[in-house]
Design a protein around this ligand. Structure first.
Ligand code: TRP
Length: 362
């Protein structure tokens, strides 16, 4: 059997360049590599609702935003199945059965859930749906027999949980499910791109994100105001790289050919860093270089977005078609799961015959 990709995002906001280098860019490359039998990209609206109970409208609005971001970034509905989690009822059914295979204490140990509980002040009143979302995420992945899940580092505990469920299911019932593997971004800077203010996390509430849908002007303002080295006051001063967001972004975005195009007086990122540390290289020059590189990456995304925005009903049709397709695959897995669990009474002729025989012989 060929390799299958499943991944997705919670629709709680527009996607930013952290999503882009952390996962989206890779997904597009994988999509175009032709190495995968099937690529499924899910908008995880049901999971988003687990900690947005009061905000159904926000989730609803962002389903279309994320769909637009996906397609503008290069996910092509002709090559990848784009779908909406809540439309696949089979995922709920799988989740319910997988719940038998996971203990409460195992869920309590999940580090990502732990820190999310803290961040949301849920300690005293954790919604059960939120607490158990790692199980539902295992259903998302296994319903499609995904072999490969391209995600950020924070999702590794979910992958581990899914793998445990698969092993447990396959050993208790029958080898129906496939153990998935995570695919992490290739370099450290891409694992977690900091905010433009140098804070560890990009977040909408901090206003430190560059969105895929930002205009050229917005991107320029944000990059020129970016956090660098507070000790680097004059061009001649030696600069520091640690915690210097502009250089972290360059690590994530810069390729050798960018020098030729936008900074011909330097040859490589290593050399640029050396010059900065030595002194004599101004922040504005480095920021302008970064700006050119990011605009180059975002321009085609902006153009595609403008096209898709002209026909929003078509975007919904694409999601509907993807969801129908995804549902068929999930239904097939669910029927294998139910057979393995011996809860497939009515489509099992053998069972009916055997029971009949047993009673005839009485
Ligand atoms: N937890 C992911 C996020 O917060 C979204 C998600 C839901 C997901 N189900 C998934 C990711 C399955 C990968 C695979 O963005």
């Amino acid at each position: 059997m060929g390799k299958i990709i499943l991944t997705g995002d919670r629709p709680t906001g527009r996607l930013h360049i952290g999503h882009y280098v952390g996962s989206l860019r890779r997904r597009v490359e994988l999509q175009n590599s032709g190495e995968y039998e099937k690529i499924l990209i899910m908008i995880a609206d049901a999971q988003a609702l687990t900690d947005n109970i009061e905000n159904p409208e926000k989730v609803r609005q962002n389903v279309i935003e994320v769909a637009l971001d996906y397609m503008s970034a290069g996910l092509d509905p002709a090559k990848s199945t784009l779908f909406v989690q809540s439309q696949i009822a089979e995922l709920c059914e799988l989740t319910f059965y997988y719940m038998d295979l996971v203990t409460v204490s195992r869920l309590q140990r999940n580090p990502t859930v732990k820190s999310e509980i803290q961040m949301r002040n849920f300690e005293a009143s954790i919604p059960v749906g939120f607490f158990t979302y790692p199980i539902s995420q295992a259903a998302d992945i296994t319903a499609f027999k995904a072999t490969t899940v391209p995600v950020g580092e924070d999702q590794l505990p979910m992958l581990e949980q899914a793998r445990e469920i698969v092993r447990k299911f396959n050993s208790v019932y029958a080898p129906v499910l496939v153990e998935p593997e995570a695919l992490l971004p290739e370099n450290q800077a891409c694992l977690r791109l900091p905010g433009t203010d140098g804070k560890a996390k990009m977040s909408k509430s901090l206003g430190n994100c560059i969105y895929l849908s930002d205009s050229e002007k917005e991107v320029k303002t944000k990059i020129m105001a970016m956090y660098t080295d507070p000790m680097h006051l004059q061009v001649s001063d030696p600069g520091h790289l640690e915690g210097n967001t502009v250089f972290t972004y360059l690590d994530a975005f810069c390729r050798p050919e960018h020098f030729e195009r936008y900074m011909p007086d330097h040859q490589s990122l290593d050399e640029l860093k050396e010059h900065y540390q030595r002194g004599g290289l101004g922040d504005v020059k480095v920021k302008k270089f970064l700006l050119s590189i990011i605009q180059e990456a975002l321009e085609p995304i902006r153009q595609r977005r403008a096209e898709y925005e002209k026909d929003i009903p078509e975007v919904y049709r694409i999601l509907k078609k993807g969801s129908d397709e995804a549902r068929e695959i999930a239904a097939q897995t669910l029927s294998e799961v139910k057979a393995a669990m011996k809860i497939n009474y009515f489509d099992d002729e053998e069972l009916i015959k055997a029971q009949a025989l047993r009673y005839q012989q009485k």
